[in-house]
Write a protein that binds this ligand. Structure first.
Ligand SMILES: Nc1ncnc2c1ncn2[C@@H]1O[C@H](COP(=O)(O)OP(=O)(O)OP(=O)(O)O)[C@@H](O)[C@H]1O
Ligand SMILES: [Mg+2]
Length: 265
């Protein structure tokens, strides 16, 4: 099945809109918070050997949970006392601002073209230790901006102030933005949407990253249905029509969590 065929198939998948209520908070069911705590631990351990602080989050296709996962991982890291910068690197379809109820028009794109200072672009969210760099106005040339030396200089600069920098990006199989940006980060995490991310899609995305020389740290398996027993606890809350279970695979050795069938001997 070609990549484009699978995009067509997924066209009707959900509304694709993020729900601000999905932001981790005190009312979030315990098992969801636990899933993000586990993801946090795994990310911390996966990043440590790189000596870096920058994690890029992407996925093969649209609407697979990249923005939701990026945001809640950033929240989970901040809740642990880390100073975290969450960057909306999706300059085509920015969403992170919606979780925090803020404007997206001041942010990364304007900073990168020199129209705004860091202070004007960055937002201190109402979550302690968590700052947000919204996308800024949607530019005509997102890939060029993200791959520019200014982006590298920006990341080098903010690294002085934060323990972790999480960058949300567009889908790899659609545009080159995430691949281009992967050269400026310490590692990449691929979001795999349970029952939706196809084997070919995943392989294609992974290959793009490998060819770009990206350091793929692993993948997060999201939207595991509540009925799916075996690997995850049964999910009973009415929080979402899907279960919110997060798995995290290291490299490509974990056969149980693979969606693309690789690793099977
Ligand atoms: N773990 C999850 N379980 C169930 N639904 C989820 C999960 N994560 C995200 N969603 C839902 O999937 C839809 C897409 O989520 P999100 O915007 O985070 O994906 P995305 O990959 O960033 O999309 P895009 O490619 O448009 O940027 C939303 O409606 C969101 O509520
Ligand atoms: Mg997104």
């Amino acid at each position: 099945m070609g990549i484009l065929d699978s995009f067509k198939k997924k066209k009707n998948m959900g509304t694709g809109e993020v729900n601000p209520e999905d932001l981790l908070n005190d009312n979030t069911p315990f098992n969801i918070r636990e899933a993000f705590n586990t993801l946090r631990t795994n990310v911390v351990f996966a990043l440590a050997p790189t000596g870096g602080k920058r994690l890029l989050i992407t996925s093969a296709n649209p609407s697979e949970g990249k923005s939701t996962t990026s945001t809640n991982l950033a929240v989970a890291l901040a809740q642990n006392g880390n100073k975290v910068l969450l960057i909306d690197g999706d300059l085509r379809k920015p969403k992170l601002h919606k979780f925090f109820g803020v404007d997206y028009t001041h942010g990364l794109s304007k900073f990168l073209i020199g129209q705004e200072s860091l202070n004007e672009s960055l937002i201190h969210t109402n979550i302690k230790n968590l700052d947000l760099m919204p996308s800024g106005v949607i530019p005509p040339n997102p890939s060029e901006l993200l791959g520019s030396n200014r982006m590298k200089v920006f990341l080098d600069k903010v690294e002085e102030y934060y323990n972790y920098i999480i960058v949300d990006t567009p889908p790899i199989n659609l545009v080159t933005d995430a691949t281009v940006l992967s050269k400026y980060v310490s590692g990449v995490m691929i979001v795999v949407h349970y029952g939706s991310t196809g084997r070919d899609d995943f392989k294609h995305a992974k290959n793009q990253l490998v060819m770009a020389g990206a350091n793929i740290l692993g993948f997060a398996l999201v939207a595991v249905k509540g009925e799916h027993k075996g690997y995850y606890r049964k999910y009973k809350s009415g929080y979402s029509k899907y279960g919110y279970a997060y798995g995290y695979g290291y490299g490509y050795g974990n056969k149980e969590k693979r969606q693309d069938g690789e690793g099977k001997k």
